[in-house]
Design a protein around this ligand. Structure first.
Ligand SMILES: C[S@@+](CC[C@H](N)C(=O)[O-])C[C@H]1O[C@@H](n2cnc3c(N)ncnc32)[C@H](O)[C@@H]1O
Length: 154
């Protein structure tokens, strides 16, 4: 799975000017680093369902590496993946890549792509302010090579 997503990411890099990608701090994790990062997580045995947050998903490299790791764990049946990505140039590729993961996986993978700014969409919740969600979504695992921008869309 990951090999395929890396290949598609390389094509995207070739087709999208660096100036555009830089606006979003868009630099992608290498295959080896993604696998190394996914390998660092301890997944409790006998866990049937796992929720993951990937904030600043890009083309889905880290999500895919994490899913590949979960593939090896028999107890896991369901994976709920939440992805934040606010660059519209990459949404179609991200959707297509995650669909590949879904199709190739033995697990039931539920994917939610949130096309919003992760940082600015969270501040009411984080600061427990009026208007914020008193019960914000929580995740079992968070993986990320996160947004480097201050989050102000322009
Ligand atoms: C450093 S790249 C890493 C991409 C991917 N996680 C990886 O490791 O290959 C960060 C990604 O987050 C997106 N991004 C940047 N700022 C963001 C924000 N405030 N909210 C959501 N996504 C953001 C960028 O468009 C980019 O795709």
């Amino acid at each position: 799975m990951l090999d395929c997503i890396i290949e598609r990411t390389n094509k995207y890099i070739d087709s999208m000017p660096k100036k555009e990608r830089k606006k979003y701090g868009q630099f992608f994790t290498s295959k080896d680093t993604a696998r190394y990062m996914a390998g660092l997580y301890h997944i409790p045995v006998n866990q049937a369902e796992v929720s993951i947050l990937d904030a600043g998903t890009g083309t889905g490299i880290l999500s895919c590496a994490f899913i590949e790791k979960l593939e090896q764990i028999d107890s896991i049946q369901k994976i709920k993946l939440t992805c934040y990505e606010n660059d519209g140039n990459i949404w179609n590729l991200l959707r297509a890549n995650l669909q590949i993961c879904q199709e190739k996986s033995k697990k039931d993978i539920q994917i939610q792509i949130i096309t919003d700014n992760y940082i600015t969409s969270q501040y009411l919740d984080f600061n427990c302010m009026i208007g914020g969600n008193p019960n914000p979504e929580k995740y079992d695992f968070v993986i990320g090579n996160p947004p480097y921008e201050n989050g102000i869309d322009s």
